[in-house]
Design a protein around this ligand. Structure first.
Ligand code: SF4
Length: 490
């Protein structure tokens, strides 16, 4: 498969991260919603991971399985195709978003259906499937509660696990009252913002759709090469309705989701719920193989999506991102995500994982600000159940962004000139000594202040956003020479 970044969707329709983050930071309601939600999930995760003595061994086992599978991805994908086909399913290969959308649209058209029900799938968001189906006259109904809120609100998901994390209960009630009628059964009269009442409104709204739908579209958390089993992990049971009631089931899955053996689920079904929802066990884990006559969907199609993944695999550092099991633990611990929310990343994949995955799927030149959307504090690495070294990939991608900029520029920019000057100074003890004396002189000039005030020209971008400490009035070297007059510099 040869990925074509021109046909990858992944969204990125918003301004770059710095501008979008600036806007998000000005929304106190958003920050309150995010703080409450991320703190709750974070505490639950810490409690349930802390109670397992072998949590670190589980993480290592998950990381090792993913490393091995990615190294032999070609072999396991062919084995998966063979197993699914033998079980009565049909496997389709999609090189990019346009190809995947075309395959799914044609499959739905072949059933004469004009609507589909969907269970939460990031892969179909990545390729913009709902929009592609809409253009073909097919309406897609999201059935995951959070996805439903996002769809009714004409919104974008902002979290991997809780796509409507940026909405509070009052906002959800208002969306239900305003929009449900246009999509089917209206919200009940007198709807309150109690969680139970909101869930009941969604249940009634969706029930008609489940019973009517002839076609369902799902994502997949895992697919087992050995057996051809596909699995979806969810919390509400709506996914299971999608996976069992319609006559035709179409699953769109990124190629990196394959696992070699059924036995591997033992590790991942412990890692995922504890890291994502902070639960010991996942409430609804659905697995299926091909088709079973007289039981469940009678036609099953598995669309294997590349869309930039093989290009990512070719990067020996960046390929770690393909090990992600979409648990969202890295989002919930990220100080940047907690303050900006997911929309600022402009991608279906927000937070730390989005900052390393999106630029690789679409090409760093199309998402150049994302690798910088991090403080490199390392909390994401500590939290990741499959030990993806996110800070390492971030710095690797930052280097690629800088290289790409340098290759495009004929005249070096201010940052490149500053780095060149720093290299020259640090390479020579004599030049360093002169620079330190100059800095000490500057320090004496501003000694009445602890920080350097606004600087002129392009340097203002640095001082505007940071408290830069004033240089000391005496460097360590000068102090040493003063206090150790003999053999001072040794
Ligand atoms: S990068 Fe790790 S922590 Fe983040 S969503 Fe993926 S698996 Fe979870």
């Amino acid at each position: 498969m040869s990925p074509d970044s021109g046909t990858n969707v992944v969204w990125l329709g918003s301004p770059g991260f710095p501008e979008a983050a600036h806007t998000a930071l000005g929304d106190p309601q958003l920050r309150r919603n995010l703080r409450k939600a991320t703190t709750t999930i974070r505490d639950k995760r810490l409690a349930v991971t802390g109670e397992l003595d072998d949590w670190e061994q589980l993480r290592e086992a998950g990381a090792a399985t993913k490393r091995h599978t990615l190294r032999h991805l070609d072999r396991y994908l062919l084995r998966l195709e063979d197993s699914v086909t033998k079980a009565g399913g049909v496997v389709h290969w999609a090189a990019d978003a346009a190809g995947a959308n075309r395959i799914v649209t044609e499959l739905v058209r072949a059933t004469s259906a004009h609507e589909v029900v969907k269970v939460k799938s990031m892969a179909t968001q990545e390729i913009g499937l709902n929009e592609a189906l809409e253009q073909a006259g097919i309406r897609a109904y999201e059935t995951d509660l959070a996805e439903l809120i996002v769809q009714l609100g004409d919104d974008r998901p902002s979290h991997i696990l809780v796509p409507a994390i940026h909405r509070n209960r009052a906002e959800i009630r208002e969306i239900f009252q305003r929009e449900m009628g246009a999509w089917g059964r209206p919200a009940p009269d007198g709807l309150t913002d109690e969680p139970r009442a909101l869930a009941e409104a969604a249940r009634l709204h969706l029930r008609d759709k489940f019973l009517r739908a002839k076609v369902a579209v799902s994502g997949a958390n895992f697919a087992i090469a050995e057996t051809g089993t596909v699995g979806v992990v969810e919390s509400e049971g709506n996914g299971r309705m999608c996976l069992t009631l319609p006559e035709t089931l179409i699953t769109v899955m990124g190629i990196e989701k394959v696992l070699p053996l059924w036995q591997d689920l033992e590790v991942f079904l412990q890692l995922l719920p504890r890291s994502s929802t902070g639960e010991r066990m996942n409430p609804y884990t659905s697995t299926w193989r091909g088709v079973t006559p007289g039981d469940g969907p009678q036609a099953f199609h598995l669309v294997l999506l590349d869309n930039g993944r093989t290009a990512t695999l070719a990067d020996t550092v960046g390929r770690q991102a393909l090990a992600c099991i979409r648990c969202s633990a890295c989002l919930n611990v990220c100080p940047v995500y907690e303050r900006t929310g997911g929309h600022a990343y402009g991608s279906v994949y927000p937070g730390p994982i989005g900052a390393i995955l999106t630029p690789q799927l679409v090409g760093v030149e199309h998402a150049a600000t994302l690798p910088f959307a991090s403080t490199l504090c390392g909390a994401c690495y500590d939290a990741c159940p499959v030990k993806i070294n996110i800070p390492e990939v971030l710095t690797h991608l930052r280097a690629e962004v800088v290289e790409a900029k340098r290759a495009k520029r004929r005249v070096p920019g201010a940052e490149a000139l500053a780095m060149k000057a720093a290299t020259a100074v640090l390479a020579s003890p004599r030049r360093l000594s002169v620079a330190q004396k100059a800095a000490a002189l500057g320090g004496r000039l501003v000694s009445c202040k602890d920080v350097i005030g606004p600087l002129p020209g392009p340097l203002h971008a640095w001082t505007d956003a940071r408290d830069t400490p004033a240089p000391p009035t005496e460097s360590f070297r000068a102090w040493w020479q003063r206090t150790h007059p003999t053999g001072a510099d040794s």
